[in-house]
Design a protein around this ligand. Structure first.
Ligand code: SF4
Length: 372
């Protein structure tokens, strides 16, 4: 196999990045802040070229996974995430809604499938699901799966037992974002700790579900916080299968409503670095797409983003309308990724692979060690 070596010399630091043509680039869990900073400091074209090369070694470059997101319980959340219009701590004029009925959720899922989504994500504004709500969410998972869609939920923190219940119901993915770096975290959220988030991710992993975890760019964080976030995600014992990179949507009434705009190129750099660090993960161009031009979205796909949310609403913030997305796909020659059902043999093979991987990995992860 022919290997390509890329050299970057930035601020006295020589960085050698090896990429294997035609095979998966190696998944590493030991990225240092210094190495990742060097990637961010590359000339823009060099960074994009590297990201696109990694992307092509792992994915069809013209396929984009399409998910639909539905808010199944809206507003009045006890958490104080400073970017979020659903937090009960801020007055954003958002209409609160109780947990949706199971039949209504299934109706929405059916519509999403008809519009070309392969995954249906359900989000509830909770600190964590209560025991009385669990039977309903379990029913939702089972019903959406029966429609032939992949399932994803984001319900806040999960205990070990709740994660197992959801996994037993057939939930494919659980979304729980790290949001930002450990250092910047308490400027954004004070009602749950970074370690709480890592614990939930561990429970999800232990239950056998796939992880969707990423963060938000443009909350007033420093460059070093973006590096810190991506290092945390990449250095998890097993990298998240899905990594949403959100661009802050500034909502009136939230503490971040007047934060300074992020340079679009800095946002694209985050996508590109996420792609290089997590070569086998789907990198999702997530919240904030409504405010991005078609050209910026195209550049994000070039940088390695290969997943989007589809539909008019992203939980409570606007998203480009579905037909606009399809037009953009057409103009760029992109196709929605098809869901491939695995046979029993394939499922068994991937389970064995996962067990082996787990046995070779460190069971516990010290969040602070990744910073150095
Ligand atoms: S981001 Fe989630 S946990 Fe935080 S306030 Fe919003 S709904 Fe609640």
């Amino acid at each position: 196999m022919k290997n390509n070596l890329y050299f970057a010399s930035i601020a006295g630091l020589s960085l050698e990045i090896e990429m294997r043509n035609g095979s998966n680039s190696e998944v590493r869990h030991d990225w240092s802040m210094k190495e990742v900073r060097a990637l961010f400091d590359l000339p823009f074209n060099d960074l994009l070229f590297q990201a696109q090369t990694v992307h092509r070694a792992n994915f069809d470059p013209n396929e984009v996974q399409v998910s639909t997101l539905l808010s199944i319980k809206t507003g009045a959340c006890p958490e104080d995430c400073k970017y979020c219009p659903q937090s009960g701590h801020y007055n954003t004029g958002l209409a609160k809604e109780k947990l949706m009925q199971v039949e209504k959720v299934l109706e929405k899922a059916k519509q999403a499938k008809e519009k070309g989504s392969s995954r249906f994500c359900m989000g509830a504004a909770w600190k964590h699901p209560s025991e009385k709500d669990m039977p309903y969410v379990v029913e939702m998972v089972k019903g959406v799966r029966e429609l032939g869609l992949e399932t994803c939920m984001t319900l806040g923190m999960l205990s070990d037992d709740q994660a197992s219940q959801l996994a037993d119901a057939g939930l494919d993915y659980y979304n729980h974002n790290l949001d930002t770096s450990p250092d910047f975290y308490d400027k954004i959220i004070t009602t749950r700790s970074y370690q709480d988030r890592l614990d939930t991710l561990q429970h999800v992993r232990d239950s056998g579900m796939k992880i969707c975890s990423g963060g938000i760019i443009g909350m007033g964080e420093k460059a070093t916080d973006r590096i810190g976030l991506l290092v945390q995600l990449a250095n998890l014992p097993q990298q998240p299968e899905s990594v949403p990179i959100n661009m802050l949507v500034k909502v009136k009434g939230t503490p971040l409503e007047n934060v300074e705009n992020i340079d679009p190129f800095d946002f694209i750099r985050c996508i590109a670095v996420a792609r290089i660090l997590m070569p086998e993960s789907h990198v999702r161009l997530s919240a904030g797409r409504e405010e991005m031009s078609d050209e910026m979205q195209a550049m994000a796909f070039m940088a390695g983003a290969n997943s989007i949310f589809y539909g008019e609403c992203l939980l409570t913030t606007p998203n480009p309308e579905a037909h606009e997305d399809m037009q953009l796909f057409k103009r760029l020659g992109l196709r929605p990724e098809q869901r491939i059902e695995k046979t029993d043999d394939e499922q068994e093979a991937s389970l064995n692979q996962a067990i082996q991987k787990e046995q070779n990995s460190h069971r516990f992860y010290d969040a602070s060690s990744a910073q150095h």
